[in-house]
Design a protein around this ligand. Structure first.
Ligand code: SF4
Length: 331
């Protein structure tokens, strides 16, 4: 078993501190105390019966053990969890981002750098109590947030665990760290629960999305999802210690040969989301998994290609660009 159980639920001596950052109450804590979290859990679980949790709309009964494109039935699967220092600086702060890596994904990207987790199923089934213990353990270790990596296909399971964890004093902001293929219906369930949305914007071209991730309507679905996320939480707010508290952070991985459609992505962000959007234009593409089988993806990104992407972001008027970690930037 790769993940460790360190958190406690029953008999936890920690006082219920519903405050995070500069004294702001984490969104879901308020919802819990108003007795509304249960309704959201039921709404999310109802989507599993004929699964429409994500825009794949597989229609399988996950509660009865059937699986759709995400290969996940009624239980969430976790590959690992722990404080992570390789995320964006406002998430990492001084003490790390408390990441939980969920196994499987609703995308099938041929170049996925975590393919053994996202597509080959590396991980262990977890109960809601297990998942709640992980959240509490990350909080006890001093992490600044609970960073849910690939959460889209396990939203109901996350909410069930959240309820257990809040009862034991969880108060950190939740980071929804997704591939950006999320339905507005499911995102609505997460309104006033998630504090920080961190979606990918992978492509602006349908044909490329279909070829590389197996879904044609990614650009259209992704744009609607990012708009909804921004409607809920607004631009990213960072406290005096440099730690993110609430808002939207968009990731865009630049692909070789212009495959990510960077110009359209940054123009969409600047014109239809906000010029103040915290954006991470990512340079770290290198061929993985099946990328070697696709000639246009079979090499790392060049310096010139990355510089051009950053130039496009500046030209679009985006000024809150993430500064890459020196180990990530190879240029
Ligand atoms: S969450 Fe999984 S089963 Fe449900 S619609 Fe999406 S890919 Fe299909």
């Amino acid at each position: 078993m790769k993940w460790k159980k360190e958190g406690q639920i029953k008999g936890d001596p920690r006082p219920p501190l519903p405050l995070s950052g500069e004294g702001r109450v984490a969104a879901y804590v308020e919802l819990f105390h108003r007795g509304k979290l249960k309704e959201r859990i039921e709404a999310a679980k109802s989507l599993l019966q004929s699964c429409h949790l994500c825009p794949r709309h597989c229609g399988v009964n996950r509660l009865e053990g059937e699986v759709g494109k995400c290969h996940t039935a009624s239980k969430a699967i976790v590959s690992s969890y722990g404080p992570h220092f390789g995320e964006e600086a406002p998430l990492v702060g001084r003490c790390g981002s408390g990441t939980i890596f969920f196994t499987n994904c609703n995308l099938r990207c041929l170049f996925c750098q975590n393919y053994s987790i996202s597509q080959l199923g590396e991980g262990e089934n977890v109960s809601k109590e297990d998942l709640a213990s992980m959240m509490l353990s990350l909080q006890a270790q001093g992490c600044h947030n609970i960073n849910l990596v690939s959460p889209t296909h396990v939203v109901p399971q996350i909410l069930e665990a959240l309820e257990v964890a809040v009862e034991s004093g969880l108060h950190l902001p939740l980071v929804y760290n997704s591939g950006g293929y999320d339905s507005v219906e499911t995102l609505n369930i997460l309104d006033s629960i998630v504090d920080i949305y961190m979606p990918d914007m992978k492509y602006s071209d349908e044909k490329i999305a279909e070829e590389l991730s197996g879904i044609k309507n990614y650009p259209q679905v992704n744009k609607a999802a990012v708009k909804e996320m921004h409607r809920q939480v607004g631009d990213l707010k960072i406290d005096g210690a440099g730690v993110a508290q609430r808002g939207l952070l968009v990731r865009h991985l630049v692909l070789p040969n212009g495959l990510a459609g960077t110009k359209e992505v940054v123009n969409f962000i600047s014109k239809q989301i906000s010029l103040n959007t915290y954006s991470n234009i990512m340079a770290q593409y290198h061929p993985c998994y099946k990328a070697y089988e696709i000639p246009s993806l079979a090499r790392p990104l060049s310096t010139a290609e990355f510089q051009e992407a950053v130039k496009l972001a500046h030209q679009a008027g985006l000024f809150r660009l993430n500064k890459a970690h020196p180990l990530v930037l190879r240029f």
